[in-house]
Design a protein around this ligand. Structure first.
Ligand code: ACO
Length: 205
């Protein structure tokens, strides 16, 4: 997704992790802070809206405001070398690229009652995948895997130990293809967990 402003100073890494502290804004001076904050709001809100639309949800589940009042972490993947808004390709200069946002992945813990294979209920607070979206122009090119792998490494979690909030058919295909996750344990809520969810769980849940 492209914007009318340069996203590269805002999202300095290929994958930036944003939480309610919005620490990626702290480097900006007072004079430009508000405009960068507005730009970040546009990035998060527009990606949230696009994700909601892609999942046919009535409302976006990711927004700047929601992130501000949560303990969630939003992983944002960018392509720094996209969106050369100013000059022709023959004059291409990497420093003139405004960048494009490729995808988002929102993670957080939720208090859930999770049923095991024997139908016994467990009250727990597992790490959950809350929102996952790769821009339509970039889907099925491996970007989702890049984002997901980075998250697994940062969160120090195995895919099988995650709870997934209403996985779409595309995400279900993704989990099956990349991580062999296909057999679910039936639950009474919208979250999906797979066989192996209860095996070798770390103390933290
Ligand atoms: N149809 C079926 N399977 C798909 C599709 C599709 N259109 N797109 C991706 N997949 C699955 C397939 O298994 C595919 O492998 P294949 O091409 O060999 O069949 C695999 O994902 C591709 O892996 P990546 O390229 O790494 O994934 P991608 O960059 O496409 O990202 C994602 C996956 C995030 C699910 C993306 O397709 C997307 O944004 N979809 C629309 C929004 C969505 O459904 N998000 C998940 C909602 S549920 C939640 O957030 C908790």
């Amino acid at each position: 997704m492209e914007f009318t402003f340069n996203i590269n100073p805002l999202l300095s890494d290929e994958i930036t992790i944003i939480d309610s502290s919005f620490s990626n804004l702290q480097k900006f001076q007072r004079s430009s802070y508000d405009s960068h904050r507005n730009n970040l709001m546009q990035v998060i809100d527009n990606m949230g809206i696009a994700s909601g639309k892609a999942q046919a949800l009535p409302n976006a589940i990711t927004s700047f405001k929601r992130l501000q009042y949560s303990d969630h972490r939003l992983y944002v993947l960018k392509d720094a070398f996209a969106n050369n808004a100013w000059i022709t390709e023959t004059q291409a200069d990497p420093s003139s690229m405004q960048g494009a946002v490729v995808g988002i992945l929102k993670m957080g813990r939720k208090k859930l009652f999770v049923y095991d294979m024997l139908g016994k209920q467990h009250e727990m607070e597992p790490l959950c995948v809350l929102d996952f979206y790769v821009h339509e122009s970039r889907q099925r090119h491996g970007y989702g895997k890049v984002l997901f792998e980075y998250m697994l490494q940062q969160e120090q979690v195995e895919p099988v130990h995650l709870a997934i909030d209403r996985p779409s058919p595309k995400f279900a295909g993704f989990l099956k293809k990349h991580y062999g996750l296909k057999d679910c344990i039936p639950q009474m809520n919208n979250f999906v967990v797979f066989h192996g969810f209860f095996r070798d769980r770390p103390e933290s849940g």
